[in-house]
Design a protein around this ligand. Sequence first.
Ligand code: URA
Length: 260
Amino acid sequence: MESALEWHTARALLEWQLEMGVDEAISDAPVDRFAVEVQAKERAAEKKAQAPQAGPARVKRPEIDPVAEAEKAAAAAQDLDALKAAMAGFEHCELKKGARNLVFADGKRGARVMFVGEAPGRDEDQQGKPFVGRAGQLLDRMLEPVGLRRSENVYITNVLPWRPPQNRDPKPDEIAMLRPFLKRHIALAKPDVLVIVGNISCQALLGKRGITRLRGQWTEAEGRPALPMFHPAYLLRNPPAKRDAWSDMLELKARLRALA
Ligand code: URA
């Protein structure tokens, strides 16, 4: 049993504590808050040291360069069928997703003349062949009088093998991405002369536009004689320009005769 003195001493101590501002009894034993903080830090460090080591830092996947991919795929193709397959398997061009068919080429393989158009339209996309719509029918009618027929002695392709949405103009990055295939196409087809049809094709093969100035003037593309001409779709909209196109066809005929 506690003595009266101890009781009074204890009470006096409590009163003193109250006077000093104590208002809550938390625990019998004092807690050293500074020590608690240090211990918590030590425990965290220990945990970190024991944690399984993270693997090597994730290697960031290198960005794919679609032009380099196209160059690789095109260079690997050893003939026209292999090139067609390589283009069909090329997954880096968004146009492919919106197109029904790959439009590779039409006409006679091994022909002395190769026409390079711009891009497939609706009819070409549906049929998987270049120049089969109205513009293509006009092209056929222009070829006939100079002795050219796609079933016999003309080979035809486009800069782009997939139809752009709403027939919009191809974008520069699309042209750049697909140009390696076009270059390889020309190298494998080995025509004596190229006919560059329209401005987009001039951009892709000559690096410049201005078909009104360029048409009818022989130049060189991919190491071959090349003749730019108006696009037949333009001729459908501007019939008076057919006169110039006819003159270009005669020029082509003369060149083929001279090279024969
Ligand atoms: N215009 C082109 O340039 N190519 C086609 O195949 C059809 C229309």
